[in-house]
Ligand binder design. Structure first.
Ligand code: PLP
Length: 397
């Protein structure tokens, strides 16, 4: 008799990587697939900055193969606190925990926050990890609407309505994955106010904080010092090093309202020993070293964004909001085309050899009739991929 997995993991899903299984089938048939499904800057010509890789290599050569403190190396915790203070968030190194990427931070904070009866508010559509980890811990993720016609800004009335007695936290992700929205200071301030009025805290995923195409992205924690906030960030995107698996969590909580949750995260951090040691030195170098590669990266990405947006909006049956940050866009498939988003993605893969992610992978309701496209690829690749999609869509009409 085969042994079954736990019921806890049975319904777990992560569409961004699950679609790869379908792409592999096409690739095994000898076709090249243009993969626009994963937000990995390295594979699209944005290598890790040299000073960051040099720091990794130096740490290896210096024999830094030891475990570190579970919270991370003191120099990194100091540099993170300094970085956050520069952004207007008053924290000390004691508030910082180094993690195996934002993902581990999310997992540990959600595990420390949520009981079986708990609810957590996530954006709709959302980066799937918030939803999947919340469910893994038996809690209920509740999506607040974000409004496509208003540049995917959060619907604050909807958010307000959905805060209930079981709500523990509001998740904010700006710049957003999958929509590319950068939330205004006004909206972020109001989200902090809603959290404060309801005596809950805000979890703010800032992994795309410096990838913007206009105004800089504000973080909610800097806009209201009275409401507790947990900030997530790391090396993966802005510093092009997703494979090093390092990031951090910061607790901004001067009154100790979420001190017990922080202790719950520390317990888990001790149980998993520490984050990758040499990668922590890499992250330290990234935070302390030159930053001029970031605006250069954004300039290149902006051209790719504009090309992709303009081409998609020229296709009858598709439309897309121009993203203000991150490297994702979330085009809408006109329901009149008579194809649901999952089938659309499978058919585009089969017919065009282009890999996208279906919108319902980001939320059943709020992602419906959409797909996510990663616009990290060079212009000629995007041009080719979107032309093929355009030909496919015209065949549907
Ligand atoms: N948060 C968001 C919003 C993301 O888009 C991603 C990766 O795509 C992550 C977190 C994962 O971050 P990390 O590589 O630091 O685990």
């Amino acid at each position: 008799m085969p042994l079954l997995s736990s019921s806890r993991v049975r319904s777990m899903s992560y569409a961004i990587r699950e679609v790869v299984e379908h792409a592999r089938v096409i690739e095994r048939q000898g076709h090249e697939v243009i993969r626009l499904n994963i937000g990995d800057p390295v594979v699209f010509g944005f290598p890790t900055p040299k000073h960051v890789s040099d720091a990794f290599i130096k740490a290896i050569r210096e024999g830094r193969s030891n475990y570190t403190d579970s919270e991370g190396i003191p120099e990194l915790r100091e540099a993170v606190a300094h970085t956050e203070r520069r952004k207007g968030v008053d924290v000390s190194p004691d508030d910082v925990i180094a993690t195996t990427g934002v993902t581990e931070g999310l997992e540990m904070v959600l595990a420390a926050t949520l009981d079986e009866s708990s609810e957590i508010l996530v954006p709709g559509p959302a980066y799937p990890a918030y939803i999947e980890y919340a469910k893994l811990f038996g809690a209920r993720p509740v999506a607040y609407r974000t409004v496509e016609q208003e540049g995917w800004r959060p619907d604050l009335d909807d958010l307000r309505k959905k805060v209930g007695p079981s709500t523990k936290s509001i998740v904010v992700c700006s710049p957003n994955n999958p929509t590319g929205a950068v939330y205004s200071r006004r909206d972020l301030t109001e989200i902090m106010d809603i959290a404060g009025e309801n005596k809950i805290f805000v979890m703010t995923d800032e992994i795309y904080d410096r990838i913007t195409y206009g105004e800089e992205a504000a973080g909610p924690a800097a806009l209201n010092a009275d409401v507790p906030a947990v900030i997530f960030n790391g090396l993966s995107k802005v510093y092009s090093s997703p494979g090093w698996r390092v990031g951090y969590v910061v607790f901004r909580d001067p009154e100790g309202i979420i001190a017990d949750i922080k202790e719950g995260v520390l317990k888990q951090a001790r149980a998993r020993l520490c984050a990758n040691t040499v990668a922590q030195y890499g992250l330290l170098a990234a935070l302390e070293g030159p930053q001029d590669q970031i605006p250069k990266m954004c300039k290149r990405l902006e051209r790719r964004r504009d090309l992709a947006v303009d081409m998609i909006n020229d296709i009858d049956g598709l439309s897309v909001v121009r993203p203000s940050g991150s490297f994702y866009m979330f085009p809408r498939i006109d329901p009149a085309l008579g194809i649901d988003d999952k089938q659309f993605v499978l058919d585009v893969l089969q017919n065009c050899h282009v890999l996208l992610v279906h919108g319902t992978g980001f939320h059943e309701t709020y992602g419906k009739d959409h797909f996510r496209l990663v616009f990290l690829a060079p212009e000629e690749t995007l041009r080719e991929a979107i032309s093929r999609i355009g030909r496919f869509v015209s065949g549907l009409a």
